[in-house]
Design a protein around this ligand. Structure first.
Ligand SMILES: [Zn+2]
Length: 335
C-alpha cells in the first residue's frame, strides 16, 4: 500500500501576498519534496469538492452563508486575520474534500497513510465562525465523516496555536479525542488544561499549553507521559494530525522551539499506536523551513525517515502543566 499526497494547483487561487498564509507556502513545500527521491514514491491524489451535506453536518448555516457571500467579491475579510478571495467557497470545499477522501482511502485500506497538502487551513474554524486564517475546519469535517465507518478518531494537533475550532466542534463527544500542545499565552487564547470536554466528551479533550522557548524535549515528555498513554487506551481506529509547522523554532508567528526532525519523530511515535495516520496542513510560515518539516513527516509516513541538519537551544519547562493535566486526566485514564 502507498502513501498518498493530496494536492492541487487550485489552492493557489486562495492568495493574498500581504498575508503570511499565502500561495507561496505550497509552492515552497512542493519544490522541497520534488527535489527528493521520496516524491516518486507518493501517489498523488487530486481532490474533489466536499459535498455540502458534510459541510452542514459540522458548521452552522449562518457561518457557511458568510463565506458564500464573501466569496462573490474580489477580496474580503471575515475578521482582521481571515481573508476570502473570489471563488473561495469552492477552494475551501476542495481542501476539506481532499482530506475527507484521503481519510476514507486510509480507512478502506486503499492507502497505508497520507498527507493532505491543502489550503486554506482549518483548525481555528469553530461550529459558527471562520477565524484565524481558516474558513472551514477540514480536519473536523474529515473526522466527522470518518465516524460513518469507524468508531473512534484521535486528532493530534502540533500547530503552535491551539486548535480552538476543532476543540469546539467535538467538545461534547467521546468518539473524537482532541489532543494539543501549543504556545501559551498566544492566539487564540484558548487551550487551558482545565478545558477537558463536557458531558459525554469529558476526558476526551487534552490541552497542554507550553511557555515560550519549549522544544523537542518538552514535547517528548508530554508525549511519553500524557498523549501516548491516553491515546493507547482510547484505541483510535485512525489518527488525524493537524500539522502546523509554526511550532518550528524559525517560524515568525511561533515561539516554540521544535527542530525539523522532531516533526517526523512525532509521527513515528503515533505509528506505534495506530499506523493508519492522515496528516493535514495547518500553519507554518517560514518558507525556508516548512518544506523540510513536511519532508521529515512524509519520509516517516513512507517508513524511510531522513535526518535534516537543524539545531536549536531549547527550554524544558513542563512540570507545572504536567501536574495540572495529570490531575485532570487521571480521573478518566491511567497515566
Ligand atoms: Zn498556527
Amino acid at each position: 500500500m502507498k502513501t498518498q499526497l493530496v494536492y492541487s494547483d487550485e489552492f493557489q487561487k486562495h492568495d493574498n501576498i500581504t498575508h503570511p498564509e499565502n500561495a507561496k507556502r505550497l509552492v515552497a513545500m512542493m519544490q522541497e519534496i520534488k527535489k527528493t527521491s521520496f516524491f516518486e514514491k507518493l501517489e498523488i491524489i487530486m481532490p474533489n469538492l466536499l459535498d455540502e451535506e458534510s459541510l452542514y453536518d459540522v458548521h452552522s448555516k449562518n457561518m457557511i452563508d458568510k463565506v458564500k457571500f464573501a466569496n462573490l467579491k474580489e477580496n474580503s475579510w471575515l475578521d482582521p486575520d481571515t481573508y476570502v478571495c473570489k471563488g473561495d467557497y469552492n477552494i475551501a470545499r476542495l481542501a476539506a474534500g481532499g482530506l475527507v477522501e484521503l481519510t476514507e482511502n486510509v480507512i478502506n485500506d486503499k492507502a497505508r497513510n497520507g498527507f493532505a497538502l491543502v489550503r486554506p487551513p482549518g483548525h481555528h474554524a469553530t461550529i459558527d465562525r471562520s477565524m484565524g486564517f481558516c474558513l472551514f475546519n477540514n480536519i473536523a469535517i474529515a473526522a466527522n465523516r470518518a465516524l460513518k465507518n469507524i468508531k473512534r478518531v484521535l486528532i493530534f494537533d502540533l500547530d503552535v496555536h491551539h486548535g480552538n475550532g476543532t476543540q469546539d466542534i467535538f467538545y461534547n463527544r467521546k468518539e473524537v479525542m482532541y489532543q494539543s500542545f501549543h504556545l501559551s499565552p498566544h492566539y487564540p487564547g484558548t487551550g487551558d488544561p482545565h478545558e477537558i470536554g463536557e458531558n459525554e466528551g469529558s476526558g476526551f479533550n487534552v490541552n497542554t499549553p507550553l511557555k515560550y522557548g519549549n522544544g523537542d524535549k518538552a514535547v517528548a515528555q508530554l508525549l511519553d507521559e500524557i498523549f501516548l498513554p491516553i491515546a493507547k487506551q482510547f484505541k483510535p481506529d485512525i489518527i488525524l494530525v493537524s500539522c502546523g509547522y509554526d511550532s518550528h523554532h524559525a517560524d515568525m508567528l511561533g515561539g516554540l522551539n521544535l527542530s525539523v526532525n522532531f516533526f517526523g519523530e512525532i509521527i513515528s511515535r503515533f505509528q506505534k499506536i495506530q499506523p493508519k495516520i492522515v496528516c493535514t496542513l495547518e500553519g507554518g510560515y517560514n518558507l525556508d523551513w516548512i518544506g523540510k518539516c513536511l519532508l521529515s513527516q512524509l519520509s516517516q509516513l513512507l517508513l524511510n525517515p531522513i535526518s535534516i541538519e537543524d539545531y536549536v537551544n531549547e527550554k524544558k519547562d513542563v512540570d507545572y502543566v504536567l501536574k495540572i493535566i495529570k490531575n485532570e486526566m487521571n480521573v478518566y485514564w491511567k497515566i
